[in-house]
Design a protein. Structure first.
Ligand code: SF4
Lengths: 176, 421
């Protein structure tokens, strides 16, 4: 395991969301006309207005079943823009989970997590061990581990960074 | 070892004798598709070299002709990209259409292939027996550069179709019936089969496959039976076709029997279709402000034909807007030659250019606060088609057209003269 991979631990305050949170809630259609920085200010405008002003850098997001169903819009970039450290959910939509991996946002599926976390409690997610601990209550749960190659992509900051290192993509001339 | 459709297609693409659910495989991608909006959002300008330009297509669909300067600049970037990297399959404005329609009608998605595109409804290609799915923009850039992709083989849920379908029932109704009854298929593949599948025409299969994204399925696949092969041969004359059928004793996580004679015209209620659909007869007195027939799911020629038949000699109700968006230039042209568009305009509909438009609430038919929209497009999320304070119901083109003429959500059989009292 590389140093970067073993470093994939994120601790922060939890924001708790429900089941079937969809991509259009997180990244509204009208915000697709904006830059990532601007679009991030409109996350959850229909279902949890004002949230982008409340979330703090390092906070974690906790979701329910089928988290991120919907489209391929690069929602993880918006979470990263707001400083969100990672997402733990009961279950992810696979397109959304791939987007997290490919944009380098730590994400972990852990069944039963939502019952164990109240909003505002502190969590530590540990990707290499596929665990999440509620440090407020001391309870710890385990999810399914990613294979090493996926952990490497997340640790490297996503696929675009890797393509740059491999000389397949020019260094960022514009925003991702 | 026996395999389901998706297990077989992914095994072949990965050069393996077999795969089973949970396996990670690396597959060559046969067709990677770029869309107009990506050229304003993603780092396509930074791509040094495209792995294989012959396995790439660019389709201008989401916002064309450009509604604002941002999309105009994206168009310029797309043209420059096609030129710089030698991408000859470039469907620019004039040869455009909604991506999944263009891929099907141009024979660019074929049995057994692996197809990747950022639009989440890329699963539409499953009707043509392809392992097609939506992927994120970063991953699409990676595939452009490397030509390959990894998948974790999902377990398969099989729907076995039996019985005889009423002519008033569309692929949309089959899908809504299933979504309402069985809910989501997150992290699973969905496969269709059974004796009644042979009677389901290709346009309806394409609607069903397209909508698989709405129940969160990884892939939604149909076998390459005679109908499917005939469709592909007609649209890709002379192409090598390697149809894939599931092994008879393949293992499915579950097998669900659907009796098509029980499927009624069905409506998806606002929010999501997952466990949230009812037969149209169960809805009373819901008046509509806007009706929409279009999108990759239901902007096909057959859908426009249905709408024209329902509205022939009728009028769109006072106070209702009916927007019809043919899914491609080819569909537009054919619908025009056959007189469907004239019938629709005579009835009071607005026929728009082929684009995604209202489907994702971007342009040409955005709905306002407090409005009720009945749509034959793909997605009914809150806020999807405009204001988060609008209600979006989903139904087949026949139901949408009938409702446009009565001004309330109604059973198309009331107008098609075959309602059973
Ligand atoms: S019509 Fe709608 S669902 Fe289909 S490709 Fe366009 S935006 Fe996506």
């Amino acid at each position: 395991m590389t140093a970067a991979v073993s470093d994939l631990r994120r601790c922060g305050r939890a924001w708790v969301f429900g089941d079937e949170v969809n991509t259009d809630e997180m990244f509204p259609g009208f915000a697709m006309k904006m830059s990532i920085a601007e679009a991030a200010r409109h996350m959850f405008n229909a279902t949890r207005p004002g949230w982008p002003d409340l979330v703090q850098p390092g906070d974690l997001v906790v979701g329910g079943r089928n988290f991120g169903m919907g489209s391929s819009r690069p929602v993880p970039l918006l979470f990263k823009e707001l400083g969100v450290g990672g997402i733990v959910a009961e279950e992810f939509n696979s397109l959304f989970l791939r987007n997290c991996v490919n944009y380098g946002l730590p994400a972990l599926a852990v069944a039963g997590i939502r019952e164990k976390v109240a909003e505002g409690q502190n969590l530590c997610m540990d990707l290499p061990n596929a665990s999440v601990e509620n440090t407020t209550t001391g309870e710890k749960l385990y999810g399914g581990a990613f294979p090493e190659f996926i952990l490497e992509i997340i640790a490297g900051g996503g696929v675009l960074a890797k393509l740059e290192n491999d000389g397949l993509l020019q260094k960022a001339s514009s925003e991702g | 070892m026996s395999m389901t459709l998706i297990e077989k297609i992914l095994a072949r693409a990965a050069g393996r004798a077999h795969t089973r659910p949970g396996d990670f495989v690396v597959c060559g991608v046969d067709m990677t598709v770029l869309l107009d909006l990506q050229f304003s959002q993603d780092r396509l300008d930074d791509v040094v070299r495209v792995n294989d330009p012959d396995r790439v297509a660019i389709v201008m669909d989401h916002a064309v002709p450009a509604p604002s300067v941002r999309e105009a600049a994206a168009g310029t970037a797309a043209r420059a990209f096609a030129k710089r990297h030698g991408v000859s399959r470039f469907f620019d404005v004039g040869a455009h259409g909604i991506v999944h329609q263009v891929l099907a009608e141009r024979g660019l998605v074929r049995p057994g292939q692996v197809v990747a595109c950022t639009d989440s409804h890329t699963c539409a290609g499953g009707a043509l027996n392809a392992a097609a799915r939506g992927l994120g923009p970063a991953e699409i850039i990676q595939i452009l550069c490397t030509g390959s992709v990894w998948y974790q083989v999902p377990p398969t849920i099989k729907y076995e179709l039996h019985g005889t379908k009423s002519p008033a029932v569309d692929g949309k109704d089959i899908f809504l019936h299933i979504a309402g009854r069985y809910g989501d298929a997150t992290n699973h593949a969905i496969e269709f089969g059974g004796p009644a599948l042979a009677d389901v025409p290709m346009n309806q299969r394409r609607t069903v496959a397209t909508q698989g994204a709405e129940v969160s399925a990884d892939f939604t696949i149909f076998p390459a039976d005679d109908r499917c092969v005939a469709y592909v041969e007609a649209h890709a004359p002379g192409a090598d076709i390697s149809p894939v059928l599931p092994d008879p004793d393949a293992h499915y996580e579950s097998v669900r029997r659907v009796d098509l004679s029980e499927v009624e015209p069905t409506v998806g209620l606002p929010g999501t279709v997952i466990n949230n659909c009812v037969p149209v007869g169960g809805l009373r007195d819901i008046s509509v402000d806007q009706c929409f027939i279009g999108s990759c799911a239901n902007g096909q020629l057959e859908d426009i034909e249905t709408a024209a038949k329902v509205l022939s000699g009728r009028r769109v109700a006072e106070g209702v807007r009916l927007i019809v968006t043919p899914a491609s230039q080819q569909v537009y042209l054919e619908a025009s030659k056959r007189g469907y568009l004239a019938t629709l305009v005579e009835a009071g509909a607005v026929v728009t250019n082929s684009t995604c438009g209202a489907c994702f609430g971007y342009h040409m038919g955005v709905v306002g606060p407090g409005e009720v929209c009945l749509t034959a497009s793909t997605r009914n999320f809150k806020g999807r088609m405009g204001s988060p304070e609008a209600q979006i119901y989903m139904a087949s083109p026949a139901t949408v057209a009938a409702s446009a003429s009565t001004g309330r959500i109604c059973d198309p059989r009331e107008l098609m003269g075959e309602v059973r009292a």
